[in-house]
Write a protein that binds this ligand. Structure first.
Ligand code: BES
Ligand code: MN
Ligand code: ZN
Length: 517
């Protein structure tokens, strides 16, 4: 989509649709004790911008607002033909809900809704005006609007015969006040680059298990590296064996040699001084059958999503490579493995020696993610010695049980890091909730014949999984673990996210890094 910035004068532009956002608490007059007399007055007083438009339309706009009971509630809209009285053929009012939240979400969602509503009216181009209520910086509003516009077009149509795009609109003009034209253009570019990263992460999750082997994943990562200026190194199984990543290789074994494991490293280095080195590690289980502890059919059905952590990390790296934040170096690892079944599969009861040296008794082959992640985390910490390591994984069904399927779990002992991630999540419109690294549960992982077991009891399963990973974390680095099992796939759509792979986390990681620069 072509997205441009404009000032308030752009309200006069020739366009198919002018979409105007209205916040609910600004649409209605402050609630006074109404007498019969004042109740007969129009229920709405739109902001100052509406007056000239209403005047140009001979008072029709505010009249329709009253007749249709438009209050600016989220999901509400109103459309009006202008009969050539202004530059736009149609006006659409888009309800944005309350403006009391201190985040960019109404701008992201409102812009995406504007595109869909305009598209339903057959528009090819749309001018979007969402009022600046001063909750957040104007540039961040524009950035979120661009992200929303771009993602409103997302559709995974690779396997559909009918390639009709999700929206008709090809061009959006974003009006903003309180920000210079050059800053607005830069914000639009950033919003589109983040959206591109999110879309990439969605494509990877939506791809079929057959279509995304570890080798194919690595190929796609190389392409991202070329496009976004990132250095990419791919480790094959020979190299992984030389690096003693034996837990990762045990998980992969039943799928080798057909779909052998790959660990991909991507590097972003800023020009100028590096003040902080951040490492991301993503779980890239291209398919999780459960292994010999095989999953029941219903539990296996969606298990192509089990690479969403790696997908989100690759999406973030794509955006970071293009946004080019200063002063931060970012190194990413994608642990791309299939958890298959076969005569060569690793067994429940096996004892594996991790790269770090800790021995692990496998009491469930379906708790494979932590085995793969532990070896990758240890590799990253010993090779890169980063200041911060954030790992992202669809690690446990238990996290979904705890938080539902729209919220990710955050685990960290460094409260400032947890807060920074939650803050970046809020900017990105992605929901995170902190869960405790509760030492009382660690006893569940005690083994009689090895240093540790790979699973504990059912209760607190997302916490024991996090505690397992923590054993592989070097105390010198700040560490956070993000369990995205729930939100990796959207079970419901919204204006900028269709059902399916959500690309969850890519926008948050990108904004986290931008916030450190
Ligand atoms: N990939 C799954 C976790 C998962 C479940 C992600 C549902 C998304 C949706 C993980 O590898 C797994 O199988 N975890 C087990 C752990 C158990 C064996 C301790 C689980 O959650 O049941
Ligand atoms: Mn599993
Ligand atoms: Zn898994």
């Amino acid at each position: 989509m072509i997205i441009k910035a404009g000032g308030q004068e752009a309200l006069q532009l020739k366009t198919d649709v002018l979409a105007v956002g209205v916040f609910a608490n600004k649409a209605t007059k402050p609630q006074k004790k109404t007498t019969k007399k004042s109740a007969s007055k129009p229920a709405l007083s739109l902001a100052a911008w509406a007056k000239p438009l209403d005047k140009a339309l001979g008072g029709l706009l505010l009249k329709e607002v009253e007749i249709q009971g438009f209050k600016g509630n989220s999901g509400q809209s109103l459309s009006l033909h202008t009969h050539g009285k202004i530059g736009a053929q149609k006006i659409i009012l888009v309800g944005l809900g309350s403006s009391e939240g201190q985040d960019a979400q109404p701008y992201r969602l409102g812009a995406a809704q504007a595109v869909h509503l305009a598209s339903q009216q057959g528009a090819k181009n749309v001018t979007i005006y969402l009022p600046n209520e001063g909750q957040i910086e104007a540039a961040n509003q524009v950035e979120a609007m661009a992200e929303g516009c771009q993602l409103s077009t997302y559709k995974f149509n690779k396997y559909l015969s009918d390639k009709t795009p999700r929206v008709q609109v090809k061009k959006a003009h974003l009006i903003q006040t309180g920000v210079s034209a050059s800053k607005a253009s830069a914000a639009i570019r950033r919003g589109q680059q983040i959206a591109e990263g999110v879309a990439l992460a969605r494509d990877l999750v939506n791809e079929t298990p057959e279509g995304l082997s570890p080798i194919e994943f690595a190929k796609r990562a190389r392409a991202v590296g070329r496009k976004c200026g990132l250095a990419v190194t791919v480790m094959d199984e020979k190299k992984l064996a030389a690096e003693r990543m034996q837990m990762l290789l045990a998980v992969s074994r039943a799928s080798s040699p057909y779909r052998p494991a790959r660990v991909v490293q991507l590097r972003y280095r800023p020009t100028g001084k590096i003040k902080k080195h951040i490492v991301f590690v993503g779980k890239g289980l291209v398919f999780d059958s459960g292994g010999l502890d095989i999953k029941p059919a219903a539990g296996m059905l969606n298990m192509k999503l089990d690479m969403a952590g790696a997908g989100c990390v690759l999406g973030a790296m794509s955006a970071i490579g293009q946004v080019k934040p200063k002063n931060v170096a970012v190194t990413a690892y994608l642990g791309c493995v299939e958890n298959g079944i076969g005569g060569n599969a690793y067994h429940p009861g096996d004892i594996l020696k991790s790269r770090k040296g800790i021995t692990v008794e496998v009491n469930n082959t379906d708790a494979e993610g932590r085995l793969v992640m532990a070896d990758c985390i240890d590799y990253a910490l010993t090779k890169d010695k980063p200041d911060v390591l954030i790992d992202v994984a669809t690690l446990t069904g238990a996290c979904m049980v705890a938080l539902g399927d729209t919220t990710a779990g955050v685990f960290s002992r460094q409260q400032d890091l947890a807060e920074a991630i939650k803050g970046a999540g809020q900017e990105a419109g992605e929901d995170f909730w902190q869960l405790p690294l509760n030492d009382r549960l660690f006893g569940q992982l005690k083994s009689d014949i090895a240093d540790m077991k790979n699973t504990g009891e059912r209760f607190g399963g997302s916490i024991t999984a996090a505690l397992f990973l923590e054993q592989f974390v070097d105390k010198r680095a700040d560490w956070a673990h993000l369990d995205i099992a729930g939100p990796a796939m959207a079970s419901k759509s919204n204006a900028y996210t269709p059902k399916g792979g959500a690309g969850f986390g890519a926008a948050t990681l990108t904004r986290y890094v931008m916030g450190q620069s």
